[in-house]
Write a protein that binds this ligand. Structure first.
Ligand code: GSH
Length: 211
């Protein structure tokens, strides 16, 4: 089994965090691979060229962090991230979808900053900036309401992977990519929660490199 990632991809980071939470490090080597280049070696493995990509021992190719996380969670027959069919099911699913939605937007936003300056779209940047701020406000309230308390969940891991990579105080070198998103200011609940949650080894050990 092999997991292809880029070390800066938040979707890959989520899967890497799940591998650590599930103590699967010895079983699933994490292999960084170049993406978004005309000759990326990933194209021969996964036609979409996206990470995370998981290749199983049988040579089956999985993509998409949600599916890969669920697959890995079930490998040992003792899943910890399954969402039970109880009265909390829909609120848990709703929260996970909300964080994923923010991450999707932030990825589009971040991608604009990877383009040469004269190819960036101010329209997309403005749209995604506004979306990210609205969602950070709303998530700050969700945290205050205790929605991110409780047992470990994919929504929690994803939230920690969504906010810090580019804007964690310790990684402020990345702020040149997304200069307008100061997500911490006036979002105390979110900021405190992210810092506390980020003490987990699965988050610490997957911090993206500065460059
Ligand atoms: N929905 C996918 C998104 C994966 C994704 O967008 N990956 C980006 C990196 S963050 C990628 O591989 N981009 C390469 C490309 O667009 O060619 C997931 O959850 O895994």
């Amino acid at each position: 089994m092999k997991l292809y990632v880029t070390l800066t991809s938040p979707f890959s980071r989520l899967v890497r965090a799940v591998i650590i939470e599930k103590k699967l490090q010895d079983r699933i080597p994490v292999t960084p691979i170049q993406t978004r280049t005309p000759d990326s070696p990933l194209y021969a493995i996964n036609p979409s060229g996206r990470v995370p990509t998981l290749v199983t021992d049988d040579g089956v190719i999985f993509e998409d962090s949600q599916v890969i996380c669920a697959y890995l969670d079930h490998l040992d027959g003792a899943p910890i991230f399954d969402i039970p069919y109880d009265e909390n099911r829909w609120s848990t699913l709703r929260l996970e979808a909300k964080v994923r939605s923010m991450l999707d937007g932030i990825s589009v936003w971040g991608r604009e900053f990877l383009r040469p300056v004269d190819e960036r779209s101010p329209t997309i940047i403005d749209h995604e900036t506004a979306r990210a701020h609205r969602m950070a406000d709303s998530l700050d309230k969700d945290v205050a309401d205790g929605l991110f308390d409780g047992p470990l969940s994919i929504a929690q891991l994803m939230l920690a992977c969504t906010l810090p990579p580019y804007w964690h105080a310790k990684l402020d070198v990345r702020e040149d990519r997304l200069p307008k998103f100061q997500w911490r200011s006036e979002r105390c609940n979110l900021s405190v929660w992210v810092d506390r949650f980020s003490e987990r080894p699965s988050i610490q050990e997957t911090i993206p490199p500065a460059h």
